[in-house]
Design a protein. Structure first.
Length: 466
């Protein structure tokens, strides 16, 4: 059933613009809120508004916006961003369905679209019987998404450049990392150079692990330093805290003939390097010759040859399970259930990592593909035979995958809308006008919002395209 959709922040690049195009082609009316110049630059559809206020005023503004425009569903990318956490809370209070995009639980050929939340916020069952009771059906082979590293690099650089260029238009915006385009561009260049360097530097260790150490090492895939899944869905304050605990436990409890291998996240290559920390901790715990650190190496081969995998809550854990390599989770994840992950403490995992229930994994994967995963990519159009996004959506279509009934809520009741509208008028909230894009009133917390028509460039010539 066609609805009224609000888009918040999406991945870098033109994906949300294409998403709006596809939603409109299915009969939906689409609105978009921009929080910075980077959001503006890649969105070329109509119905775009600017939020220029501060984080404290955002929930108040959003309530009025949802009521005024009769929004029945919200799309956003990443449910742990500060603005999205507050938006989700407001939406639940008002009965608006929220659909969250995330990188695919299974990668690289899928993206995640889940009602309510993803990862630690997911409503997916953690009970094995809910999956093993399914009738076994082999999912169709996905269309390969292909490499997107340099596409993401280009989109990210453009996003940060536009965010910096338009910073005065969004004076209160708070990003999860500094909007400094020149630093961002240099970081991506450094990432490419480091990749070339580590392809050579890591080769001896990769070769030794592949030929001599099958089943004799534990793999620890690291997540990006700013991954909100760490601070929101684990007890760790940082990657460094996680590394320290893992090395300390390994030194005390792992078999003496095993090794511990950390693998750096490829998207974090330009920003952090934990080599010195790992070397220092290895010396402190007297396991210097048993701890390695990689930036490169074929991940599936590393997982296949490992005795076990330790991760906070990375989706690499699911890849490890696919390769029948036991997983110890140190945080919360959708796949944390008996038969897929080890329930024992980390100290016990080293000696008895357990086994993977391949039947449970097959049913769980089958459920994910059928219900919350779309074959495609945020950064390139994979399926030419599909809509504007090039994604084959779960349940057959984007409209079916984003039906508010899936989120367990009904469209907003008219009475609730009226109450919110009355509250908004009483408080003199600045609600953007469809004609002028200007609010009729202003408060210290919420600045005016503008509307940009379809096809009008947001910030000079910084346009995104697949």
């Amino acid at each position: 059933m066609p609805g009224r959709v609000l888009l918040l922040q999406g991945p870098v690049g033109p994906f949300f613009s294409l998403l709006a195009e596809e939603l409109k082609s299915e009969g939906h009316e689409v609105f978009k809120i921009h929080f910075n110049g980077g959001d503006e630059v890649c969105y070329t559809q109509s119905g775009a508004h600017r939020y220029c206020g501060d984080l404290a005023g955002w929930p108040v503004f959003l309530r009025a916006f949802l009521a005024r425009h009769k929004i029945d569903r919200i799309f956003l990318f990443g449910d742990c961003r500060s603005y999205h956490l507050r938006a989700t809370k407001v939406a639940r209070e008002m009965g608006v369905a929220v659909f969250v995009f995330e990188e695919g639980y299974i990668r690289p050929d899928y993206v995640t679209l889940e009602p309510g939340g993803v990862n630690g916020h997911s409503a997916l069952s953690r009970e094995p019987d809910d999956y093993t009771a399914q009738r076994p059906v082999k999912p169709a082979d996905p269309q390969p998404a292909g490499g997107v590293f340099w596409r993401i690099a280009g989109y990210a650089t453009r996003y940060y450049l536009a965010g910096w260029w338009r910073r005065r238009a969004f004076p209160h915006y708070e990003h999860h990392r500094p909007l400094t385009p020149f630093r961002e561009g240099l970081c991506w260049l450094r990432s490419g150079l480091r990749k070339l360097y580590y392809l050579c530097a890591d080769y001896p260790l990769v070769r030794r692990l592949g030929k001599r150490q099958q089943g004799k090492y534990y793999l620890v895939p690291l997540q990006v330093h700013c991954d909100k899944q760490i601070t929101h869905h684990s007890r760790y304050a940082s990657i460094e805290d996680f590394i320290a605990e893992v090395i300390g436990s390994f030194a005390k409890h792992a078999p003496a003939d095993t090794e511990l291998v950390f693998r750096h996240h490829p998207m974090d290559r330009a920003y952090h390097d934990y080599g010195r920390l790992i070397a220092r901790l290895a010396v402190r715990y007297r396991v210097r010759g048993r701890v390695g650190y990689l930036h490169e190496g074929h991940l599936p081969a590393l997982l296949h040859g490992a005795r076990g995998t330790v991760t906070i809550n990375s989706t690499v854990g699911l890849s490890s399970i696919y390769h029948q390599t036991p997983v110890k989770l140190m945080g919360s994840a959708v796949y944390d259930m008996p038969g897929l992950t080890c329930p024992k403490p980390l100290d016990a995992f080293w000696l008895a990592p357990g086994e993977v229930d391949s039947r449970l994994y097959s049913r769980f994967r089958q459920y994910l593909v059928a219900n919350v995963l779309g074959n495609g990519s945020f950064y390139r159009r994979v399926r030419a035979d599909r809509g504007a996004t090039g994604i084959e959506w779960p349940l057959g279509s984007l409209s079916a995958a984003s039906d508010p009934a899936r989120a367990g809520v009904l469209p907003i009741v008219a009475r609730v809308r009226e109450e919110v509208a009355v509250e908004a008028n009483t408080a003199s909230l600045p609600v953007p006008s469809p004609a002028t894009g200007r609010s009729d009133a202003a408060t210290p917390e919420i600045d005016s919002c503008d509307v940009r028509e379809a096809g009008e460039p947001a910030s000079g010539s910084f346009q995104c395209a697949y």
